[in-house]
Design a protein around this ligand. Structure first.
Ligand code: SF4
Length: 332
């Protein structure tokens, strides 16, 4: 199978190490990138977010599930693992946390009931890494990160990413996700097995959004990643040479500032809008008929650390999240 921008015969020039999270952070807001990855000591951040806690619990439960022998991967065990890994960090109160603990148990139990989880994955929260280039030249960067799960099906790898946000992702999102594409490239190289298929497994809806990459589609994602990596490296180098941090890493304000982890350290973000509360970005609860009780379209994806939100807990956490959107993706 064709290798994608890998360089086996030429001594690489300076290789930039990039992760999908770093690239998307810089794309979203260079100031946020500087605060998260460049400034030391790390500037003051917000406290924990409930939606991040929820996502982490689900990820940890599913990781632990695949540590069990296949015969023990039952819905009941999966729900119990949610309870074992549960944390209340960021929730409004113990009552709200208990509601979401119950919901998360249901999500994970249904996932195990509906999906074949008997095969052992090639990797669970597996670190993958590969030198790569955006074009046909020598490698310019090392693409790396931790994939939620890497399956092997019919002799090829499949990158699986768990989502716990408000809205079920579609095929377009799976296909256009730079993070999933980079994980596919790095997984193929790390595990010496072809990898073209990527999947977003949305726990709240039980849906899977999948895409099959081609060499060209992966190359386009690598080209874009290389451009972003070059920009962020140049800004970092100029900062080290005494450049102006505000010019090199400009604040890109927007609704995201309401829930940005670094809002306490960013005056521009504070002026951009009101702060979201730590539970405002939770996925909506659903009633027994499976309908959101928000009445909105559930457009936010809060399955990872970034999310969007305004409004408040006006009676229910679901209504609190109504109207939220989210501008930052990434693979958690
Ligand atoms: S608060 Fe807004 S402008 Fe400031 S770092 Fe965060 S996203 Fe960027």
């Amino acid at each position: 199978m064709e290798q994608l921008g890998f360089d086996f015969g030429v001594t690489p020039r300076r290789l930039m190490k990039v992760t999908p999270a770093r690239l998307s952070t810089f794309d979203d807001c260079p100031r946020r990138y500087r605060l998260a990855y460049v400034d030391r000591p790390t500037p003051q951040r917000t406290g924990p977010w409930a939606h991040s806690t929820l996502g982490a619990v689900v990820h940890n439960a599913l990781r632990a599930l695949f540590d069990l022998p296949a015969a023990e991967r039952t819905p009941a065990r999966a729900a119990a693992l949610v309870g074992r890994h549960w944390k209340d960090a960021g929730f409004a109160d113990s009552e709200q946390a208990a509601e979401y603990r119950r919901v998360a148990k249901d999500w994970v139990a249904r996932y195990v009931a509906d999906r074949d989880v008997s095969d052992d994955p090639r990797g669970v929260e597996r670190w993958v890494s590969a030198p790569a280039a955006g074009g046909d030249g020598p490698a310019s960067m090392i693409v790396e990160g931790r994939a939620d799960r890497i399956d092997e099906r019919d002799g090829e790898l499949v990158v699986v990413d768990y989502k716990t946000g408000r809205r079920a992702p579609d095929e377009h999102e799976a296909r256009s996700s730079q993070a999933l594409a980079l994980y596919a490239v790095a997984s193929e190289r790390t595990l010496h097995t072809p990898c073209r298929r990527v999947e977003l497994h949305h726990l709240p809806s039980g849906t899977v959004a999948a895409a099959e990459h081609t060499p060209d589609s992966l190359r386009r994602q690598l080209t874009r990643a290389e451009e972003t990596a070059g920009d962020l490296q140049q800004a970092t180098d100029k900062l080290a040479d005494g450049g102006d941090p505000d010019d090199l890493f400009p604040a890109r304000t927007g609704r995201r500032c309401s829930w940005c982890d670094f809002r306490p350290s960013c005056p521009a973000g504070q002026q951009a809008g009101p702060a979201a509360r730590s539970w405002d970005l939770l996925a909506p609860l659903r009633d027994d008929t499976g309908n959101d009780d928000t009445g909105d379209d559930g457009s936010a994806d809060v399955g990872s650390a970034d999310g969007g939100g305004e409004g408040g807990r006006g009676g229910t956490p679901a209504r609190a999240a109504a109207g939220v959107d989210r501008s930052s993706g990434g693979v958690s």
